[in-house]
Each structure stands twice: as structure tokens, then as C-alpha cells.
Design a protein around this ligand. Sequence first.
Ligand code: GN1
Ligand code: MG
Length: 359
Amino acid sequence: MKDLFNIASKFLLAGTPCEIKPLGNGLINDTYLIATQEDEAPDYVLQHINHHIFTNVELLQSNIEAVTTHIRKKYEVAGATDIDRKVLRFIPTPEGKTYWFDGNQYWRVMVFIDHTITKTVIDAESSYNAGIAFGNFQSMLADIPVQLGETIPDFHNMEFRLKQLRDAVAADAAGRVAEMRFYIDEMERRAEEMCKGERLFREGKLPKRVCHCDTKVNNMLYNEDETICCVIDLDTVMPSFIFSDFGDFLRTGACSLPEDDPDIEHVSFKMDIFRAFAKGYVEATRSFLLPIEKENLPYATALFPYMQCVRFLADYINGDTYYKIQYPEHNLVRTKNQYQLLLSVEAHMADMKAYIESL
Ligand code: GN1
Ligand code: MG
């Protein structure tokens, strides 16, 4: 922890750090809370950036700075109050960078937004509000004047994710292919249908827009009174199909259980959460959402459990090289869980289509 104090001292903080302790449960980066001594100084979040996954930290931070600056300006123009609670604020080093390299690892610091909660389970009302918030997030970024880079190339490219799975199967590095045959076949059976986004893009029918690309339900901060506070975890903000943000929220928010719950039988898709989120999202994106994007929202809802299943399955077959695991079968459980969710989403396809048409 002494090292962490040293790292914190590399950033231009407004107060004196008195305690640094772990925060949150992301699968990629390590996160800490820096408490400061002075009442008037904010607390901070210190994060170790996983540069094996985000290999271009310069690009990563420049995307994030562009996005937060653009959103901040929109709030200022609109005369909003409490802007530091609505958009993340990154703290520079004396050299003016928003990250610091200790010779081995990369670090960054942002203002901690206090009196907030994250959720793993939400009701229809907070889902409607999340739909509006993620829709607004995309709307605000629709006119960002800079071209963002891909912090992880091909991040939500389904063809690429399937290629990774096929490579994993061909290598069979951990000797798990035979055991996973059923799931591999189930993924392959749907492969063509699930790569529809990439095909529409090549045909010039579907645009890429600036998306968040990790709209898990716990990447939205809520105020203690349940109102929406702030969209966090901006590492994957990049050009993508709007399906990313719609689909990944529902994958987590509309699932009856967390993505790694072993009670597979009870994993199911909640239509009331879908309806509420879709309503909020469609309302907030009216100014730009194309008919082809809107009509494919049910496809997006199936795509994300499918993509996550492919990714967890590939990682399990590779011998758990990407996601943090807490026990040896963790990625196996996640694979089964997401497959079950996919089945449940598929069973609601006709309902979802009818509802989206009605909006
Ligand atoms: C990772 O870092 P975290 O936990 O927010 C992953 C997402 C997955 C998610 C599954 C960079 O997100 O794409 O959907 O785990 N992020 C990266 O829980 O791979
Ligand atoms: Mg996260």
C-alpha cells in the first residue's frame, strides 16, 4: 500500500491521501479508493490500467479525455449543476498527462463520486432511466469533433470473436475441446445469423457511432435516491454499432441472475426490464436512430449473450488467459450461464420485435 501512496503522489490531487483501499469488482483493471484527509477535498479513484488488454494507453486516455471533455461542455452549455457528478473527471500529472507509467505499470486517477450506488439487479423504473441515460450518452457523443480510435481493435466484431473461438478450438491448449463440444456446436449453429451486423456494415446499410461498449448494469452509477448519476468505465468507448450499448445493458440488467451464477436453470430473460429499457433508449435516441438500427434491437439483445458466451467459451478453452477467474471452472459456469440466457432471449424474439415496432 506504501507504493500506492507513492503512485497517488504523482497526480495533482487537491487533498492529502490518508487511506487507499480496493474498490469495485471489474474483470480487467484493478481499482482503489483514495480517501483524503481534508473535508473540502474530494476522494479519488486510483486505477491500474491493464495494458496487456489496453495495449495503447496513450490512445485509451486520449479517447477518454475527448469524450469527457465533450460531454462536460454539453452540460456547461446547458447550465447543469454538479457536473463532476455527471461526467468523470481525470486528474493530470504535473506533465499534463492523465496517466502515469511507473516503469512497469500504467496508472490513472479520477474524482470519486460519493453517495452513489451500483446495481446488479434493477427494476423496470431504473431500467427505463438507464435506457434514457445510455441513449443520452450516445446522443451527446453523436457530434464529437474528433475521430476516436479502437482501444481494443475489433472489440465487438462478432466475426472476429468467432475466429478467436475457432483458433482456440484448433489449438485446444488446455485439452478442453472435447468437453465443450456441445457449446461449440451451439455457437457455430448460430454463427451466420449473429454476424448480421458486420454484413449490414459492409453493404453500407449500418453505421458505426461512438458507443460505450461496456454498458453492463454496474457501469451506471445511481444516486442514493435511485436517480441516474453517471456513466462510468469509459475504456471501451469507441466506434461500434449501437447494438453494443443496447445489447450489453440488457445482457446484464434483464438477466434474472449475475453472469457467473451457477444456478443455470434459473437464468432467464426479464421482458419487463427489456420493455422499460427499450422505451427509454428509443425515446432518447430519436434524433439519430435509423430504422435499420431500431428494427435490429431484438437482434442486438440476442447478440450480446451470444458474443459473451463465445468469449467466455474461448477463454475457457484457452485455459483462462483473459478474464480474471476465482475458481477453475469459473469460465465454464459463465459460458453455461450466458448460453442459458441466450436461449431465454431467443424464446422472446417475437415479443421483442412486436414491442419495438410499437414504439
Ligand atoms: C469485461 O472490465 P469489465 O469487468 O467492466 C470486458 C467486457 C465483458 C465483461 C464481462 C475490456 O468488462 O467486454 O463484457 O468483462 N471488458 C473487456 O463481465 O474485455
Ligand atoms: Mg466495469
